[in-house]
Structures are given as structure tokens and as C-alpha cells.
Design a protein around this ligand. Structure first.
Ligand code: NAD
Length: 490
């Protein structure tokens, strides 16, 4: 019988009363892994109210004690790395190496949040006037929630959870209904880490659960990662209800290749960026802009790299790229490739219709390259979120930077060059929050904020590091006078 996933509320596992469940599929084989309930609003309310009660004790727990379950969690995550990576590959389709890499990034965030006794420190000034001192203290908000996407089921919850709970908040996760299995495993480990009941909770679901989070008065802040349309919706509804919100949206990431770049290295890194995780990374390179003489060298090499990439089930040895998440996603990607061709692009490598022996039902799209992509068309501007790289060409770096900045998204932009002046100019002028110089996936480490711009981010404070701590805390300023203070004598 297919396993039905449960919710974790008030320190225990509960079956949802949801009338509707969805099948969770392995995208490599189309086999059903589990069933996920689309929990009703009442179950979100129950989690929020439990969390609000738990907050009274958790916020009074000293920071040094609050991080002890996180230290334990780090060990549990290390000990169960293979099992968690297997869950990610099973439900998300990544290769084993990609899934392990994802979990390493999750663990890094747990480690960084363990520094909360210092990260959360306030500041003060003595004698702002004679005998009067002023202090700024950071206090937790209360109950906070995160709504996460399908493409990093093991990592993205950890952009939020460790900082939120370390800072003294109680946290609710609503994972993507397409990949709930990894969260279910993660919460089984968190159960062993020693968080008091109500501090961390898991509610599976879809739109009804999201709306219940956005509307519940006890939930003070919402973190979101997903497509731009949903990010915009969540940001406005959360704000209308007086909540803090940080909403990371979609992307269309350009990479500029200068004629002085090391073409072998550039090709290898660019292919990993465009086709790694089957192109389903918000930091995937999706448009490569060659400048001047870079064009022939890069075009030939990247086409060869696309043709040679080994596609298959993420668990098979030697496989470099797995399937995309669903049949609908495969159809959407293949439709966008056709649309690109209709708009004038030339299909240099066509990954449509590819089959993997033994996995004939899998949702595979092979690496695809579109050349001579028109700047205003879908291949240049629409997030495809699949293994499709669009090629564009510019005569000068000025033209290339204009093309980079002529788009709505601002998640990442990269340059490949051996000239420091070009690199500096690019870094200075591009409208993107994460910039790579001879790097293809400019993913900020956990000690830096994940700095999307434009339509890739709605909010002020980003995920991770000190931005995460600021997002999950409110400042209190105390101005203090003690009339009998000894300093009055002087
Ligand atoms: P999605 O927007 O479809 O879903 C994300 C979450 O929102 C899920 O939990 C889902 O249940 C919920 N949701 C979806 N539609 C909703 C609606 N209409 N109302 C309320 N809730 C809704 O995104 P996805 O397909 O799971 O993820 C892929 C997207 O995420 C891509 O656009 C990718 O670029 C983006 N992403 C961005 C970043 C970043 O850091 N900027 C990181 C990872 C992924």
C-alpha cells in the first residue's frame, strides 16, 4: 500500500483529514513514491496556535540552549546524508552527487545559525546625553512560516528554519506538494534533535494551506521561494495582512563570455551550470552571450558538451543529468523550445523526445541549445526551468551588459574573462544580486545573503546569514537613565 505522509504538529505525527491527496512521483520512472495530503486550513491553524503557545517558553530559553538541538541536528544530518540524498534523488530526479551537494549546503546553514549568540547581539551607546544610555536589543517575532519549491527539497527549508528557531521563533514549514518526502524524512530527524513540542512543525498542502498561512494572525513573517507569479502573490497577501515577507522568485540568468576567457574551463563550467540539476536551478545559466571572437570557440564546444552529457536516472553510475520534475514540466519545456524556433532561433542541439533505456516512462528532456536567439523572444526572456541554453552574440562588452540588464529578473549574472578590468566593470554595472566571475553558479555561502534582485525577489531582507537573523527578529531600543548614577557627581 502507498504510504500517506503525515503532518508534524505539537511534537507528534498526525494524519491529515484532507479530503484530497496527490501522488508523489519518481520523475525518472513515473512510479508512485507516496501520497501527500492537501491539508485543510484548520490544520495550519492548529499548527499556528500550537506554535504560538510554544513561543512563550522558547523565547525565554537562552540562545546558547536554543542552538543545542541544532548542533544535534547537524550530526544527525551528517549521519543520514546518504539516506537524505537518496530521498532527494527519488522524488526530485537529481543525480546522487547533486543531492549530496544540496544537503551539504543545508548543513552549512545549520552550522551558521549555531552562531546566533553572536549573530543576534544588539548594540548600545553610553551617555547619549549625560547619564543616559541607549541600547538596541533583538527579539524574536513569534510564529514564522516558510513555503518552499520543488527544486531543492533538502536545502531550501534550511535557508530559513535554523535562523528562525535559533533566534527564538517557532517555525512552520509548508513544503512543495511535489517533493514532500524529503521534508518528511528531515522532520523525523528533527524529532530526535530535541526541539520542544511546537517549535518546529510540518504541514503538507497546496494553495489552501498557503492561504491559511498568509491569513493567520499569529503568523508574523513568511518566507517564500518559488516562481515569480507565486512570489508576487504571496508578498502582496502577506503584506496586506501586516506580515513581514521575503519572497524569492524565478530567474533567467545570463552569462557573458569574453574572447579572452579560457574556453575549455568556461565550457565545462557553463555546461554544469546550464544542464546541472536538469536546468532546474534558480541559479542555472540560461542565456550565454558571446562577445566578438568568443562566438565560434564557445558555440562548438558547448554544443559538443550538450551532446555528450550522460542523461539517466540519478542513481545510475556515471549519469550527469536526471529528468525534469513532471510530465507537465517536460511538455512545457518542449513547447518553449518549439516557440523559440518559431521566433527565429536555430536549434543547434535538440533534446526533445530523448529516451533513457530502462526508464522509458521517465520525464527526460536532453540538453538543448538554441542559437541566434532574438533578444525580445521567449528563449531570451522567459524562465524555461529545464536543460535549455540560449546563445546570443554581442560585438562589445557594452552591448553584452545592455543585453544582461535588459530583462526583468535579477537573480544572477556571470562573466568569463581573463581581464580584471572587464570583470570589475561587469561586477559594477550588472543588475543582478548574485554575480559570478569565472564561476557558473554564484550561490552565496550560508554566511552571505542570497541576494536576488528585480523580479527574482520581493522584500528587503534576503535569506541566510545576518539578513536571516534581521528578518526573524525585531529591534527594541531602550533609552535608560538612573538618576542616582555615580557619573552625575562629576
Ligand atoms: P511554485 O511557485 O509553483 O511553488 C512554490 C510553492 O508555492 C509550493 O510550495 C506551492 O505549493 C506553492 N504554490 C504554488 N502555486 C501557488 C498558488 N497559486 N498559491 C499559493 N501557493 C502556491 O514554484 P516551483 O515550481 O515549486 O519552483 C520552481 C520555481 O522556483 C522557479 O521559478 C525557480 O526559479 C524558483 N526558485 C527560485 C529560487 C531563488 O532563490 N530565487 C530558488 C529556487 C527556486
Amino acid at each position: 500500500m502507498t504510504q500517506r505522509l503525515q503532518n508534524f504538529i505539537d511534537g507528534a505525527w498526525h494524519s491529515s483529514s484532507a479530503p484530497q491527496v496527490l501522488n508523489v512521483l519518481n520523475p525518472a520512472s513515473a512510479q508512485v513514491l507516496a501520497e501527500v495530503p492537501l491539508s485543510p486550513a484548520a490544520e495550519v491553524h492548529q499548527a499556528a496556535e500550537t506554535a504560538a503557545r510554544a513561543f512563550e517558553g522558547w523565547r525565554r530559553t537562552p540562545a546558547g540552549e536554543r542552538v543545542q538541538p541544532l548542533f544535534k541536528l547537524k550530526i544527525l544530518l551528517e549521519e543520514n546524508l546518504e539516506d537524505l540524498a537518496r530521498a532527494i534523488t527519488d522524488e526530485c530526479g537529481k543525480t546522487r552527487a547533486e543531492s549530496i551537494g544540496e544537503m551539504r549546503r543545508a548543513i552549512e546553514n545549520v552550522e551558521t545559525a549555531c552562531g546566533i549568540p553572536m549573530l543576534m547581539q544588539g548594540c548600545n551607546n553610553e551617555d547619549i546625553a549625560a547619564g543616559i544610555d541607549e541600547h538596541m536589543i533583538r527579539q524574536p517575532l513569534g510564529v514564522v512560516a516558510a513555503i518552499t519549491p520543488f527544486n531543492f527539497p533538502g536545502m531550501i527549508p534550511f535557508w530559513f528554519l535554523p535562523y528562525a528557531v535559533a533566534a527564538g521563533n517557532c517555525f512552520i514549514l509548508k513544503p512543495s506538494e511535489r517533493v514532500p518526502f524529503t521534508s518528511w524524512k528531515l522532520f523525523h530527524l528533527m524529532e530526535k534533535a530535541g526541539f520542544p513540542p511546537g517549535v518546529i512543525q510540518l504541514v503538507n498542502g497546496g494553495r489552501e494551506a498557503v492561504d491559511a498561512i498568509l491569513d493567520h494572525p499569529a503568523i508574523r513573517a513568511v518566507s517564500f521561494v518559488g516562481s515569480t507569479a507565486t512570489a508576487r502573490y504571496i508578498y502582496s497577501r502577506a503584506a496586506a495582512n501586516g506580515k513581514r515577507a521575503q519572497c524569492q522568485g524565478g530567474a533567467k540568468n545570463p552569462v557573458v563570455v569574453m574572447p579572452d576567457a579560457d574556453m575549455e574551463m568556461t565550457t565545462r563550467i557553463l555546461a554544469d551550470s546550464a544542464f546541472g540539476c536538469a536546468g532546474q536551478r534558480c541559479l542555472a545559466a540560461s542565456v550565454a552571450i558571446t562577445v566578438g571572437d568568443a562566438r565560434p570557440g564557445l558555440t562548438e564546444r558547448i554544443a559538443e558538451a550538450a551532446r555528450n552529457r550522460k542523461v539517466g536516472c540519478g542513481l545510475s553510475s556515471g549519469v550527469e543529468m536526471g529528468p525534469v520534475i513532471s510530465l507537465e514540466s517536460k511538455a512545457r519545456i518542449e513547447g518553449l523550445i518549439a516557440k523559440g524556433e518559431q521566433e527565429g532561433a536555430h536549434i543547434l542541439v535538440d533534446g526533445r523526445g530523448g529516451k533513457v533505456a530502462g526508464y522509458e516512462e521517465g520525464f527526460f528532456v536532453f540538453p538543448t541549445i538554441l542559437d541566434e536567439v532574438p533578444p525580445g523572444g521567449v528563449s531570451a526572456r522567459t524562465e524555461i526551468f529545464g536543460p535549455v541554453l540560449s546563445l546570443m552574440h554581442a560585438n562589445t562588452i557594452d552591448q553584452a551588459i545592455k543585453l544582461v540588464n535588459h530583462r526583468a529578473y535579477g537573480n544572477m549574472a556571470c562573466i568569463f574573462t581573463s581581464d580584471g578590468a572587464n570583470a570589475r566593470r561587469f561586477r559594477y554595472e550588472v543588475a543582478a544580486g548574485n554575480v559570478g566571475i569565472n564561476v557558473g553558479v554564484a550561490a552565496p555561502m550560508s554566511s552571505f545573503p542570497f541576494s536576488g534582485w528585480g523580479e527574482s525577489f520581493f522584500g528587503d531582507l534576503h535569506a541566510q546569514a545576518h539578513h536571516g537573523v534581521e528578518f526573524y527578529t525585531q529591534t527594541k531600543v531602550v533609552v535608560e537613565r538612573w538618576p542616582k548614577d555615580w557619573s552625575r557627581k562629576f
